[in-house]
Design a protein around this ligand. Structure first.
Ligand SMILES: NC(=O)c1ccc[n+]([C@@H]2O[C@H](COP(=O)([O-])OP(=O)(O)OC[C@H]3O[C@@H](n4cnc5c(N)ncnc54)[C@H](OP(=O)(O)O)[C@@H]3O)[C@@H](O)[C@H]2O)c1
Length: 325
């Protein structure tokens, strides 16, 4: 049977191939959280951006494992709704909300102070909060808003909580990156908007590259402390992440929904790094959406770039310069 000419356009074959690959990737079997016996009774965890999507599913699973679970969210209303939902679903009363806007260094400092005052320990920190699709804009603190939210705020937060993590060792830091780091570029001038990356959705891609560079440098600096740091790619996941895009892009994302991961499936690689026995002691690595160790992009493996980014991030956040390694 002959196809109508519009249907024989080569674009359809490409689309079919892409959807087929997405479906195949979605069905590939990775680690199964239901088979992981790790119990977190007596442990404390923080998940940023835990009121929706991947972060909420990660927090739900950690709460189910009896962790004292701190949801670090920027909205009292959305955060409290997630707390109620997770408490009801897991029966864990030790699920709490603490306000955090990762895009504001002042908010990060206030949140960290609260944690250091209130918490005796911190076993897992999941830097999950992130966004994309916003235009370039400078915050009142002089930082580019997406870089501040996705990278610099989490950088400061992690550093402010390091002593508590070290005192609770073995402890884990998980930084949620993306496969899109592979098309990102990193230039310290991006952080303040003095230069901007090019390409499609370049700011986001660049922040996700910075997440991987940060993780590698952090892991180096944490050698011998019992605190590990790894970055993960959750895959292509059906969440609210596209909400700042045009209606056309949101419609496209809606159309591919049956072929991509649910938020629960998208949370698996992050959970794997946070709780699985197999990852115990592994640090400075990048895990793909099937929980397999993967090689990040060449830029993400550039140790000189990672060190330069770290030093500039210390300067911009006002952290004292750490020891060289
Ligand atoms: N979905 C994907 O396909 C995909 C793929 C690769 C990587 N990721 C990464 O996965 C992570 C989670 O994204 P998601 O897909 O679950 O999207 P999502 O449903 O939009 O969740 C993002 C979370 O981050 C929070 N957040 C955003 N800006 C924040 C800020 N300034 N301070 C505190 N919290 C903030 C959001 O809170 P509000 O409700 O207040 O906005 C929300 O809770 C992100 O780091 C993203 O880059 C996602």
């Amino acid at each position: 049977m002959e196809l109508p000419s519009a249907c024989s356009h080569p674009g359809w074959s490409v689309l079919a191939l892409v959807l087929g690959l997405l479906l195949w990737a979605r069905r590939r079997r990775g680690w199964d959280p239901r088979k992981c016996p790790t119990d977190l009774t007596g442990k404390t965890v923080i998940v940023t951006g835990a009121n929706s999507g991947i972060g909420k599913c990660v927090a739900m699973e950690l709460a189910r494992r009896n962790a004292r679970t701190i949801l670090a969210c920027r909205s009292q209303e959305r955060g409290q709704a997630a707390v109620e939902e997770i408490r009801a679903a897991t029966g864990n009363p030790a699920v709490l909300l603490r306000l955090l806007d990762t895009g504001s260094l002042a908010s990060v400092r206030a949140f960290a102070q609260t944690v250091l005052r209130e918490e005796k320990r911190l076993d897992v920190l999941v830097n999950n909060a992130g966004l994309t699709g916003l235009p370039l804009a400078i915050t009142p603190e002089g930082l580019e808003q997406t870089f501040a939210t996705n990278y610099l705020g989490p950088f400061l937060l992690t550093n402010l909580l390091l002593d508590l993590l070290k005192a609770s060792a073995p402890a884990r830091i998980v930084n949620v990156s993306s496969f899109r780091h592979g098309v990102g570029t990193a230039d310290v001038r991006y952080l303040t908007g003095q230069a901007q990356p090019g390409g499609y959705d370049p700011i986001y891609n660049s922040t996700k590259l910075m997440n991987v560079l940060f993780t590698a440098e952090l892991a180096q600096r944490l050698q011998g402390t019992g605190v590990t740091a790894n970055s993960v790619n959750p895959g292509v996941v059906s969440t609210r992440i596209m909400r700042h895009f045009s209606w056309a892009m949101r419609t496209l994302f809606l159309l591919i929904r049956p072929f991509i991961k649910s938020a629960e499936q998208g949370a698996v690689s992050t959970l794997y790094c946070a709780v699985s026995e197999e990852v115990s002691g592994i640090t400075g690595k990048y895990f793909d959406s099937d929980c397999a160790l993967a090689l990040p992009s060449a830029a993400a493996r550039d140790a000189g770039l990672a060190r330069k980014l770290w030093e500039e991030s210390e300067r911009l956040t006002g952290l004292p310069a750490g020891p060289q390694h």
